[in-house]
Design a protein around this ligand. Structure first.
Ligand SMILES: CC(C)(COP(=O)(O)OP(=O)(O)OC[C@H]1O[C@@H](n2cnc3c(N)ncnc32)[C@H](O)[C@@H]1OP(=O)(O)O)[C@@H](O)C(=O)NCCC(=O)NCCS
Length: 257
């Protein structure tokens, strides 16, 4: 499915993935992962570090979802690289973005996001990518107001304030996931840079206000990026940001193997 720079909502039909996956430069593959069900066997492909991190979750549900998401991520990446999921080594960027260790990735870039019962994984070749999904029931109105005050640009705030009450929440989530997808593509830190750019024009990233001490907006180079809202049913909002001007998206449903 091909989308122009001006098509900002990508409404994919999530299909079973083919036996042989091909990912060319310019392609962005999105994976929808269900986080329901017991962690079971997939956990055997995780590293000791991941298992230890899972132990730190207080709630069983959070632990299981973390494990399932990481197992799916490893399985997905392993299928592009033709290697066992367990053999993959991740290292973390300065602000915690997991990346494939040098040499093992064949230019494969990825990002993961989870919310509620689903995770999304975005995979691209030789292009940084970030993805964010939110479950729209998760935040209280006060929480939303606080985020808008702290992180949104003046223009984003004005647009939301001008909307009818019924549209405010959806628009908030749209802007918020776009912003997080951009930050995650850069592997940056949310508080440090999120007011530096504005995502209220569909498909565009424009400079916003500068946060003292934050990285310069120029490092974002808005023209290099494509940002799109990903349609997900059942109360979720998601966006993807990829360092390609004309990405070709594919939508795969993760089946567990
Ligand atoms: C990552 C971040 C942008 C948002 O995460 P979120 O919306 O809460 O959660 P998501 O589910 O969308 O994403 C989390 C996943 O993104 C990945 N990730 C973590 N840090 C990342 C970063 N800086 N950039 C890109 N991806 C990152 C990880 O795979 C993580 O999931 P996992 O740990 O289960 O593997 C946010 O936590 C952040 O800004 N981190 C940087 C460190 C920081 O500034 N911390 C203070 C937070 S206020």
């Amino acid at each position: 499915m091909i989308h122009s720079r001006h098509s900002t909502i990508i409404n994919g039909f999530w299909r079973s993935s083919p036996a042989r996956l091909e990912l060319h430069p310019g392609d962005t593959h999105l994976w929808l992962v269900s986080l329901e069900g017991p962690a079971g066997n997939p956990v055997s492909c995780l590293s000791g570090e991941e298992i230890a991190r899972a132990e730190g979750f207080a709630r069983d549900q959070d632990r299981t979802r973390f494990l399932l998401a990481r197992a799916a991520l490893r399985t997905i990446l392993g299928s592009y690289l033709g290697c066992a999921p367990k053999s993959l080594c991740f290292h973390l960027g300065r602000h915690g973005k997991p990346m494939l260790a040098l040499g093992g990735g064949q230019g494969l870039e990825f990002n993961l996001s989870h919310a509620g019962k689903i995770a999304l994984v975005a995979v691209a070749r030789n292009a940084r990518v970030g993805i964010d999904v939110e479950y729209r029931k998760n935040r209280s109105s006060n929480g939303i107001e606080a985020i808008i005050r702290r992180f949104f640009t003046a223009r984003e705030r004005t647009i939301i304030e001008g909307l009818e009450e019924s549209q405010k929440r959806d628009t908030f989530y749209q802007f918020w996931t776009r912003k997080e997808a951009v930050v995650k593509a850069l592997g940056a830190s949310l508080p440090a840079m999120i007011r530096d750019f504005d995502v209220s024009t569909p498909g565009e990233i424009t400079p916003g206000v500068s946060t003292p001490g934050a990285p310069a907006t120029e490092t974002l180079e808005p023209d290099r990026w494509f940002i799109a809202d990903v349609y997900i049913p059942h109360g979720y909002t998601a966006s993807v940001c990829v360092e390609t001007r004309k990405p070709v998206f594919s939508f795969w449903r993760f089946s567990g193997s």
